[in-house]
Design a protein around this ligand. Structure first.
Ligand code: C2E
Ligand code: CA
Ligand code: CA
Length: 542
């Protein structure tokens, strides 16, 4: 800011540091916005994988149970004929045929003696070696057993499940189950759109495999591996997930939850932003706000009792913080005074006022009240600042009025007095603001030269609706008259107050009854419409 004086030049020295601080803040904001989204995406990915594994676990459990049930039926059918296995095939053939025909899933029932197939429900008496008949390698195991063989002599194009039951002597009853049942079961329960590959092992022998293609399984996780023991044999189903299916489920979850998470991220980023803003020191905030152009000025008209029209305005600073809203002027002015920023802030205010005033069409002699803090008044900047301002608005024939108050301690009253004397000599007027309050005691009247007394709203409020006399107010008005000052009454909001003050010779009225503070362009329109017209009472303008 060009108007910042040398006391604030350390700002430039700390420019690099504050650039770092800004970068860190931006990084924090980005983190606050991105972190929930990333965490949620990762969590939903994990959740999708968990859902896929759960689903696969249920599916493989179901398939293995079904295989157990089929094997059980086959074993039961074999057990029915096992006690008669030693009988000649001619006697057994009917029982075998019936047994195979009546039971679901079973293609044939066969009697094997040692390593020879001696009787079959399909072909009657046989003398084939079992490995030839059923492609079982070597001798059949003793006891009950399960095996999948790649093919049988009768059905060579698909595998077959054999269920063996030990029978008296060296004989074995072998139930032949068509593997088509198992393949159909696999395809229905574990479709290839969901599972890349399914491997079903039933006892010894080969495994039944359903696979999408023969590419390596590297990218497809094993999502279920269910094992059960049946008749001493292992029934095991391994399911490998299809990545596209996992992505589909993940996408569904993202669609469902992401809008909420994005909203949450935005809220979090906003909260972080707020936190950062409130953490910044007030001083930094004020200086940054000046640079960022967050201040503007509103103008509250002054009603001239004698002329019955607008005779001037008071400039009131406004700070609207983006994303936060308007800050109360008494709050930020006090903060600026405490943090040593009031001088640059007032310098900025003068610049804003000069810009606004140049666009107005006010009559010559228009009073413009500008509030100055004690620190500024008693410092060396006041003269050059006010002179620069007056030069900037030269030609507008504005009567500049410095409003002074004692809100903060004045360190150098001698310098302040010198400043005010000098400026008055150059045509500037001085108004004692908030007169009669704790901020502005009687001693002020002795210390400083002045032209106008502004009576605080607190005294105006003591006037009641019936217009009975307000003693302290009357005394202040009398004092002002006896000192030869013109009087401004502040904060009028009723006709009764106006009548009372007019009757006591108050010269100017400022309050909501006449007009509220308004932005420069609104004031300019208001002035050319209502403000310049003479009117017996301010209420008629409101
Ligand atoms: P102030 O100088 O006494 O300004 C008058 C205050 O009274 C303004 O409040 C104004 O809006 C309010 N006011 C005027 N008429 C009425 C009314 O009829 N009813 C009520 N309830 N209020 C009325 P604002 O703008 O909030 O300013 C508060 C104080 O902040 C000011 O009191 C002044 O001390 C300080 N301030 C405002 N702008 C500046 C500035 O640019 N520089 C400095 N140093 N102080 C400022
Ligand atoms: Ca004021
Ligand atoms: Ca005041």
């Amino acid at each position: 800011m060009p108007e910042l004086d040398s006391r604030f030049s350390h700002q430039q020295q700390t420019g690099a540091a504050s650039a770092w601080a800004r970068a860190a803040q931006a990084a924090m904001m980005a983190l606050a916005a991105a972190l929930p989204v990333l965490l949620c995406a990762a969590f939903l990915r994990y959740e999708a994988a968990r859902l896929v594994r759960n689903e696969a676990g249920l599916v493989s459990n179901f398939v293995v149970n079904q295989v157990v049930a089929i094997a059980e039926r086959a074993r039961n059918a074999a057990r029915v004929v096992a006690p008669r296995a030693a009988e000649p095939c001619t006697k057994l053939a009917v029982a075998l045929t019936l047994g195979a025909a009546m039971e679901p899933y079973i293609r044939t029932l066969n009697i094997v003696d040692g390593d020879r197939l001696v009787c079959s429900s399909a072909l009657g008496q046989q003398a084939l070696a079992p490995h030839a008949a059923m492609a079982v390698n070597g001798r059949l195991p003793r006891g009950d057993w399960l095996a999948i063989v790649p093919h049988t002599p009768m059905v060579v194009d698909r595998p077959t499940l054999l269920v063996g039951v030990r029978a008296p002597g060296a004989r074995t009853v072998v139930a032949v189950v068509d593997s088509q049942y198992l393949l159909d079961l696999l395809r229905a329960a574990a479709p290839l759109s969901v599972y890349r590959q399914a491997d079903l092992r039933v006892g010894t022998g080969t495994s039944l495999r359903e696979a999408r293609d023969n590419t390596p399984l590297a990218s497809s996780p094993l999502v279920a591996d269910t094992r059960k023991l049946f008749a001493g044999s292992v029934i095991d189903l391994q399911l490998y997930g299809e990545p596209a299916h996992l992505n589909d489920i993940w996408g569904g979850l993202l669609l469902r939850y992401m809008p909420w998470v994005v909203a949450f991220s935005a809220l979090l980023a906003w909260l972080v932003h707020r936190m950062q803003r409130s953490r910044q020191s007030r001083r930094e905030q004020l200086l940054r706000a000046i640079g960022a152009g967050e201040f503007h000025v509103e103008y509250q008209p002054l009603y001239g009792v004698e002329s019955g029209r607008c005779e001037g305005a008071e400039a009131l600073l406004r700070w609207v913080r983006p994303g936060i809203g308007a800050v109360r002027p008494d709050e930020f002015i006090q903060a600026a005074e405490e943090d040593g920023v009031i001088v640059p802030l007032t310098q900025h205010l003068l610049k804003l006022i000069a810009r606004d005033v140049m666009r107005w069409g006010t009559r010559p002699g228009f009073h413009l009240g500008i509030n100055f803090s004690p620190e500024h008044l008693s410092g060396e900047d006041l003269l050059p600042d006010v002179r620069r301002f007056i030069t900037q608005i030269e030609g507008r024939q504005i009567q500049t009025v410095l409003e002074i108050t004692e809100r903060s301690i004045m360190r150098n009253t001698g310098q302040a007095r010198h400043n005010l004397d000098t400026l008055r000599g150059e045509g500037v007027q001085v108004a004692i603001d908030d007169f009669g309050t704790g901020y502005c005691a009687l001693s002020y009247l002795e210390k400083f030269p002045f032209d106008i007394l502004k009576i605080d709203r607190g005294f105006v409020l003591t006037i009641d609706a019936e217009g009975r006399s307000a003693v302290v107010l009357d005394t202040i008005v009398g004092l002002a008259h006896s000192l030869g000052a013109r009087i401004v009454a502040e904060g009028l909001d009723s006709q009764a107050q106006f009548e009372y003050l007019r009757a006591r010779g108050v010269n100017y009225m400022q309050g909501f009854i006449y007009a509220k503070p308004m932005p420069a362009d609104v004031f300019s329109r208001w002035y050319s419409r209502a403000g310049s017209e003479a009117c017996a009472s301010p209420e008629a303008h409101a």
